[in-house]
Write a protein of this length. Structure first.
Length: 114
């Protein structure tokens, strides 16, 4: 049976050349920087959240799994909910000072953004 990977080729123009081989873009694996080389910024955000505050941790460079692990740790230590979206950690409520303190104890050079 032929390799039917049409879902991965959506948006590609059809070719009548029988020798054409479709080449996928390969994603380069991003290595997670050590904690001492990260530059994390901790701020507060209210936009598009119906006036509710969230603490936003941005500036993490590395794999998505490592970012999710850091987010899970911060949520557990603060005792609140949150999520990891678009390369940022969202923690429910205003926990800027506590998160900056936690991150510096973990070895991350974190700064308060606002």
């Amino acid at each position: 049976m032929a390799d039917n990977d049409w879902k991965q080729r959506l948006g590609v123009v059809f070719s009548t050349n029988p020798d054409y081989q479709y080449q996928r873009e390969t994603e380069e694996a991003v290595e997670t920087l050590p904690a001492a080389r990260q530059k994390l910024r901790v701020g507060i955000d209210r936009r598009a959240r119906a006036g509710k505050q969230v603490t936003l941790v941005s500036g993490f460079v590395g794999r998505q799994e490592d970012l999710e692990e850091l987010g899970r740790t911060l949520k557990t230590k603060c005792g609140v909910g949150g999520s990891v979206k678009d390369g940022e950690i969202l923690i429910q409520g205003d926990h800027r000072d506590r998160i900056v303190d936690l991150l510096t104890r973990m070895g991350y050079p974190a700064r308060r953004a606002n």
